[in-house]
Design a protein around this ligand. Structure first.
Ligand code: PEP
Ligand code: MN
Length: 346
């Protein structure tokens, strides 16, 4: 940490800052320049409240030099990216850019099976579908719960596709992880730290969505909860944030992809469905995400979007998904990645 003193700060003010730094158990190294004095602080920055230091007389500003997240930081892996496998041949963060596709909710056993078959036929790599749904309105369909998990497991059995499904509460983590290949933490729970820790204490990979009002800095600190609890298999997912713009459901922040890649070794998935809220915008934003370097895509697909129980407006059809994957493969080639049905199906 670097503490920058104001121009003309008095010696006793510098001394006071140095005393406070030592009191916190860190080393102080004042450096007197021609115009300014700075105090370099050596030691664990997390022990220091920079905001409090900034209030001390004579202090101009405080600059952290270490990321607040140690395990999520790119430096934790010496600049190498993590590759996270959710099933044999389906890993995020390598050359392949897997596509997770499926309905917003698991509606019935027949429905999720039909979805899984369509996902498989399209060349996508994993099946999504919510059994536990976080709904804004308490009277809206809340998902089929454990029955929905069983329907997902049957669809996996029939198609071989790994399943990604959301968990809403710490007490249901054990149950969901019995069925899922990858647990999803949704945007509304992105700062439910007890849920993050509970997902960190089980072994299945986690697709962790960014909170709709979270900064990138807050997002990575929260991801650290999962890592610090013992689970290194965290896949980030940008799904759009709330802004003043209302032509889309959310504003899909594609610059989050290169930004996150510069800060963290964790793979970054883009969800253009929740990111836009409009099926007609999904294919272009999916291709843009691929071009921006995304490590995976999460796309809502429904055989009959007009009758979907949830998120029909943003769900593309099986035919649109099949076409999308063909074009995604072409964009992937242009950015030295692969997509589509290259995976060996067992
Ligand atoms: C979902 O994936 O269906 C979902 C509820 O996503 P989000 O948490 O991004 O809104
Ligand atoms: Mn949805």
């Amino acid at each position: 940490m670097i503490i920058v003193m104001r121009a003309g700060a008095r010696q006793e003010q510098v001394d006071h800052v140095c005393e406070r730094v030592r009191e916190m158990g860190l080393q102080d190294h004042p450096i007197v320049g021609t115009d300014l004095t700075v105090v370099a602080v050596i030691g664990d920055e997390n022990k220091v409240d920079g905001g409090v230091i900034e209030q001390l007389p004579g202090v101009d500003r405080v600059m952290r030099v270490m990321a607040k997240y140690k395990m999520a930081a790119l430096a934790a892996k010496d600049g190498r990216r993590s590759e996270i496998e959710i099933a044999p041949g389906v890993s995020f963060g390598g050359t392949l850019v897997p596509v997770i596709a499926g309905p917003c909710s698991v509606e019935s056993a027949e429905h999720i099976l039909a979805c899984a078959q369509a996902v498989k036929a399209s060349g996508a790599h994993a099946l999504r579908g919510g059994a536990f749904k976080p709904r804004t309105n308490p009277y809206a369909f809340q998902g089929h719960g454990e029955e929905g998990l069983k329907m997902l497991a049957a669809a996996r059995e029939a198609t071989g596709l790994p399943i990604v499904t959301e968990v809403l509460t710490p007490s249901e983590v054990g149950l969901v992880s019995e069925y899922a290949d990858c647990l999803q933490i949704g945007t509304r729970n992105a700062q439910n730290f007890k849920l993050l820790q509970a997902c960190g204490q089980q072994p299945k990979p986690v697709l962790y969505k960014r909170g709709m009002a979270m900064t990138i800095e807050e997002y990575l600190q929260a991801a650290e909860y999962i890592l610090a609890a013992g689970n290194p298999n965290v896949i980030l997912c940008e799904r759009g944030i709330r802004t003043f713009e209302d032509h889309t459901r959310n504003t899909l922040s594609l610059s989050a992809v290169p930004e996150l890649h510069q800060r963290t070794h964790l793979p970054v998935v883009i969800d253009p469905s929740h990111g836009t809220g409009h099926a007609r915008l999904v294919p272009d934003m999916a291709r843009a995400a691929m071009a921006a370097g995304a490590d995976g895509l999460a796309i809502e697909m429904h055989p009959d979007p007009e009758h979907a129980m949830t998120d029909g407006a943003q769900s593309i059809t099986p035919e649109a998904l099949t076409d999308l994957i063909v074009s995604l493969a072409r964009v992937a080639a242009a950015v030295d990645r692969t997509c589509g049905a290259e995976r060996e199906v067992v």
